[in-house]
Design a binder for this molecule. Structure first.
Ligand SMILES: O=C(O)[C@@H](CO)OP(=O)(O)O
Length: 249
């Protein structure tokens, strides 16, 4: 018997549309993102992939998308668990900055190093940066040194994996259909782990907004098909290209 894991990146956010680095800034999805989430729900329903449990981050774009996805397949009643460990990568001092302007100011090499390298974080938040989440109530339980001021993908893997093993894996082992609604980079971290993608190759992996990605996992929770399967592969292909090229036009 295989376990079913569905990964869903939140629908397009207000800042995705403005081409701004977002990270931990708590922006909502826009009208297009709402439509994407509802469409994602339709895809789940049409394949009878009905979640038994949902895991989200503590950011509203994931929470809102998760609600719409569940509502759209009449699963609004299933348990939802949230963790900061599924949050988007903290983008440090790039949060709130325009991607095209950042590319123009720093050049492609640095821009891509900050966006997609495995272990080079963007510069840490300046003390006076208006987009700090340091004193946000939802992170108050974390000791100050555990509240990130910037993160590379490696940092995300390290803080995401305890949640995977402690909270998501037990649901999969119980035979539940598990929906994880999270973010471009926290899902890249999870996919890296699932598919055993190398530190170098993960730079080339991008995840589109609002299109469910199904992983059927074997008894050892390894993907039966590497890379899983997007429920709308054609739409995913085009959207992946667009994420890849962000900032370039
Ligand atoms: O801004 C961000 O937080 C992320 C996701 O939108 O951007 P990128 O794809 O450039 O890592």
């Amino acid at each position: 018997m295989s376990a079913k894991l569905i990964l869903l990146r939140h629908g397009e956010s207000e800042w995705n549309a403005k081409n701004l680095f977002t990270g931990w800034v708590d922006v909502d999805i826009n009208d297009k993102g709402v439509a994407e989430a509802k469409r994602g729900a339709g895809l789940l329903k049409s394949e009878a992939l009905l979640p038994d449990v949902v895991h989200t981050s503590v950011l509203r774009r994931a929470i809102h998308t998760a609600y719409l996805a569940l509502d759209g397949c009449d699963r609004h009643w299933v348990p939802v668990r949230r963790s900061w460990r599924l949050n988007e990568r903290h983008y440090g001092n790039l949060q709130g900055k325009n991607k095209a302007e950042t590319l123009a100011a720093y050049g492609e090499e640095k821009f891509m190093l900050w966006r997609r390298s495995y272990d080079t974080p963007p510069p840490a938040l300046d003390a006076d940066n208006e987009y700090t989440q340091f004193n946000d109530d939802r992170y108050a339980f974390l000791p100050p040194e555990a509240r990130p001021q910037t993160e590379c993908l490696k940092d995300v893997v390290i803080r995401m994996l305890p949640y995977w093993y402690d909270s998501i894996v037990p649901d999969l082992r119980d035979g539940k259909t598990v929906l994880v609604v999270a973010h471009g980079n926290s899902l890249r971290a999870l996919v890296k782990h699932l598919d055993g993608i190398s530190d170098a190759d993960i730079a080339g992996l991008n995840i589109p907004t609002g299109i469910p990605l199904l992983y059927e996992l074997d008894a050892d929770l390894r993907p039966i098909t590497a890379g899983g399967r997007y429920l709308d592969p054609e739409a995913a292909k085009a959207a992946i290209e667009a994420v890849k090229n962000q900032g370039k036009k």
